[in-house]
Ligand binder design. Structure first.
Ligand code: GDP
Ligand code: MG
Length: 370
């Protein structure tokens, strides 16, 4: 529960309550024997006695980033695929992302002001596709290191006038390690020296064999600059999505991942998040990483204010008390009190893991006594 009375703490430390009370006074905390003191005071006191305290957090509250989704099959509905574009520098990732972004704007949202929120959504054949535009390799690696799996499909861009380069291979390895389906976009086919077959040949070494050569990897020839092959690429994304049958339950409290976050001069802490499960709503109390928040406003990539955001929707949210990190999980809780308590515990735990914990007394032991 995150607190203890002075008496309980004294017992745990094998000290006299009166001695503990005196120590607390020295530390600037006035408390009687039956009074609860907060975690910071507990840690201060433990420090005074040279006892390291590890905060063990009840499992359901601690590991929300790894909570298994236990949904009834009937509650799962199709959701848009989340696509990442990777590839070697200068092979055309940014150009391709921009070109796709301009291909189609979700019906009724045309004319909105484009917001850079780390991801965007388009519509192709009346189906939505979400593209993440932050993850370059580093962001992707960072997110994976933090346990966040946000991508459903990876597009690996290879310039047809260049070839398979170190970062191409790195991208292939990342996608494979994450078990994410790969689509190869052979880019710059407008160039006179473009040689798509050479790229295909080179990628067979990495077990990416095109369908026409008996393999099962989808290759699409594109020119991001001349906007050639983009529709086919989008069709292939939808095909892969259909085969993989990406689903989520929209009818529960939201969970997802922070894609980007920063301190905005006017808005305060803002986070761009990808909703992965459930539906995020204005007023929701949530935890992002170690930060607490209550959704004040949500804006999508077209600058439109949303009241709610379902699975695979990227949104910029305000209402945080601090700035979380990219890759942090976020989760909505039933009320503000609970969300605050969990954010606090996570923050303490984080502080401790930074200090390095080789504890003799754990709060888990403490809880057993209470
Ligand atoms: P990134 O580093 O992978 O993001 O690559 P960019 O999108 O910045 O593109 C690198 C360069 O290649 C830029 O000068 C683009 O204009 C150019 N480029 C990108 N796609 C194409 C293409 O399809 N055809 C041609 N000719 N040039 C392209
Ligand atoms: Mg770029």
């Amino acid at each position: 529960r995150g607190t203890l009375t002075v008496g309980e703490l004294a017992k745990l430390l094998h000290k006299d309550a009166s001695e503990v009370i005196k120590k607390l006074i020295v530390l600037g905390v006035m408390a009687t024997i039956n009074q609860e003191i907060d975690m910071d005071a507990i840690l201060l006191l433990a420090g005074e006695y040279g006892v390291e305290v590890e905060v063990k957090i009840p499992v359901e509250e601690d590991t929300f980033e790894t909570v298994e989704e236990t949904d009834e099959e009937a509650d799962l509905l199709p959701r848009p695929p989340v696509v990442t574009i990777m590839g070697h520098v200068d092979h055309g990732k940014t150009t391709l992302l921009d070109a796709i972004r301009k291909t189609n704007v979700t019906g009724g949202e045309a004319g909105g002001i484009t917001q850079h929120i780390g991801a965007y959504q388009i519509e192709a054949n009346h189906k939505k596709i979400t593209f993440l535009d932050t993850p370059g390799h580093e962001a992707f690696t960072l997110m994976r290191a933090r346990g966040a799996q946000v991508t459903d499909i990876t597009i690996i861009v290879v310039a047809a006038d260049d070839g398979v380069m170190p970062q191409t291979v790195e991208a292939v390895n990342h996608a494979k390690a994450a078990g994410v389906p790969i689509i190869v976009a052979v880019n710059k086919i407008d160039k006179p020296d473009a040689d798509a077959d050479k790229i295909k040949q080179a990628l067979t070494e990495y077990e990416l064999v095109p369908e026409e050569w008996g393999g099962d990897t989808i290759f699409v020839n594109v020119s991001a600059k001349q906007r050639i092959g983009l529709e086919e690429l989008l069709d292939m994304i939808l095909l892969v999505a259909e085969v993989n049958d990406f689903k989520a339950n929209p009818d529960k409290r939201a969970r997802g991942t922070v894609i980007e976050a920063e301190l905005d001069k006017g808005k305060g802490p803002v986070a761009r998040v990808l909703v992965q499960h459930g539906t995020l709503k204005i007023g929701d109390a949530f935890v992002a990483g170690n930060c607490f928040g209550r959704i004040r406003a949500m804006v999508n990539d077209k600058g439109r204010r949303l009241k709610e955001a379902g699975p695979s929707t990227p949104v910029e949210i305000t209402g945080l008390t601090e700035v979380p990190l990219a890759g942090d999980p976020f989760m909505v809780f039933e009320d503000e009190r609970k969300a605050r308590a969990i954010a606090d515990r996570r923050a303490i735990k984080h502080r401790q893991s930074e200090l390095g914990a080789n504890s003799r007394v754990t709060l888990d032991d403490l809880y057993k006594h209470i």
